[in-house]
Design a protein around this ligand. Structure first.
Ligand code: ADP
Length: 444
């Protein structure tokens, strides 16, 4: 079995604790790699390495144009290694080969984009109403950025965070998810090959609390960028605020897809099915809540169920597969529990509704693509992020009704999903917001 050490200061190193844990292939349910488990001592080493790299040669004396060239070279290397990285990612998180391929296609593009932006971080000369004064702003890099990422799209989400941070002259310490760290520990070799100095990129895997929390409170870490659950976002936000750290949080989504009676039915059925089942529901933009106008509801739902029943489950590396396994054993149990909750809450089960037992699923963590209709908008399946192949269909009368359902305040027990989810997502999608992090204007 492959073993992955921590990556600190340009070296693969053993963890201070000498503890290791298994990483699993969700398609087989078997351990596929052993991962070194970082802890607070390793965090301190990694953050110090990142801080030293930030403040000394050669990183601190590189020009912005040289940083841009390094990022573009990194993009080329990712493109060269894409197929190998895709396969590691699929075996780690069980998502479809096709999805991981297009995700990998983006990473070189972002590297080129942010590489180009590195020497275009401009400032301003604000007008001043007093003779003899000259005001200007300039952008300064923040220093060490802590990066905490989840298991559903590890390379994509991490590249999204670190390419702008590096373009802005920061250095990074990455804490990948405990479930899928292998692809990032492979990716880091490309930073090394591309000429990034030791200490600029560091990676420590662990189960969250030790490394994650130690990173957030470390005095030499200036900024955090996190993607994960609502619950962890709240913890990190509080820790970051107490320690006066800047933070970007990207967390759950539950925004509905809305189908009106005049929609092209075939397109809408296809769109609704792929929105929820395409990533086995394991994405913050999964279409897990579907509002359908009552005039077409029954016909629409019948077509959707018929299409869903044709979905082929199996090996995510096989291009004929429509649905792979759920990424983790814990998530598998959680999604099954949401199916039970929907039944208890009185929803009508139209298809699926349990663990998948087809031969093609072997011992993997597969759940049948599941559709419930007659879901009330105020129940947990309609409001909480299930993060699995479970669709909740809600009927509406007209536009006003659809808007009211889509925007109704949600369960008090889920504070963050009360936020408008489009707002949450615009935080992560707007490239300039990403570019901001790492730079801070200083008015003189
Ligand atoms: P998900 O299970 O959807 O990935 P989590 O919020 O549990 O969402 O995990 C996202 C990332 O946050 C993972 O890398 C995880 O290890 C990390 N994490 C979990 N708990 C904490 C914590 N208390 N402090 C910092 N990071 C954490």
């Amino acid at each position: 079995m492959h073993g992955y050490k921590l990556y600190v200061n340009g070296q693969f190193t053993d963890p201070a604790s000498d503890r290791w844990f298994d990483s699993f292939n969700p398609y087989t349910g078997l351990a596929r790699a052993q991962i070194a488990e970082g802890g607070p001592v390793d965090v301190d080493r990694a953050v110090n390495a990142a801080h030293t790299a930030f403040s000394t040669d050669p990183w601190s004396t590189l020009t912005a144009t040289q940083r841009g060239a390094l990022l573009r070279k990194f993009g080329d290397l990712v493109a060269r290694e894409a197929q190998r990285l895709v396969e590691i990612e699929v075996r780690d998180n069980g998502k479809l080969l096709t999805e991981m391929q297009w995700q990998l296609d983006y990473i070189p593009q972002w590297s080129y984009y942010y590489g180009g932006l590195a020497d275009k971080i401009e400032a301003t000369v604000p007008p001043v109403d007093k003779k003899g004064f000259f005001n200007f702003t300039r952008h300064e890099a923040l220093g060490v950025v802590g990066v905490i990422t989840p298991w559903n799209s590890p390379l994509l989400l991490t590249a999204w965070k670190i390419t702008p941070a590096l373009a802005a002259d920061c250095t990074v310490v990455i804490k990948p998810s405990e479930f899928t760290p292998a692809s990032l520990l492979e990716l880091v070799k490309l930073f090394e090959e591309g000429g990034f100095p030791p200490g600029v990129v560091n990676i420590l895997a662990d189960f969250g609390k030790d490394v994650g929390s130690a990173l957030v409170v470390h005095p030499l870490v200036s900024k955090f960028t996190f993607t994960g659950s609502d619950a962890t976002s709240l913890v990190i936000n509080e820790l970051a605020a107490k320690n006066l750290k800047q933070v970007n949080l990207e967390f759950g989504g539950k925004f509905p897809n809305i189908v009106f009676a005049d929609a092209n039915l075939d397109d809408a059925v296809n769109g609704a099915a792929s929105a929820i089942f395409g990533s086995t529901g394991q994405t913050c933009i999964a279409g897990s809540r579907l509002l359908v106008q009552e005039k077409i509801h029954d016909e629409f739902v019948a077509q959707l169920v018929a299409l869903t029943k044709t979905a082929q489950m199996g090996d995510p590396m096989d291009v004929k597969t429509h649905l792979g396994p759920v990424t983790t054993r814990q998530q598998y149990a959680k999604v099954l529990s949401y199916i039970d909750i929907a039944k208890q809450d009185g929803a009508t089960l139209l298809t699926g509704g349990g663990a998948a037992t087809q031969a093609a699923c072997g011992n993997g963590w597969f759940i049948e693509p599941t559709i419930f209709s007659d879901v009330k908008n105020n129940v947990r399946n309609a409001q909480e992020e299930v993060f699995g192949p479970v669709l909740s269909v809600i009927k509406f009368k007209d536009e006003d009704d659809a808007v009211a359902i889509a925007t109704t305040p949600v369960l008090a027990s889920v504070p963050l999903s009360g936020l408008p989810t489009w707002g949450v997502h615009s935080l992560c999608l707007h490239p300039f917001r990403r570019a901001q992090f790492g730079s801070t204007p200083t008015g003189l």
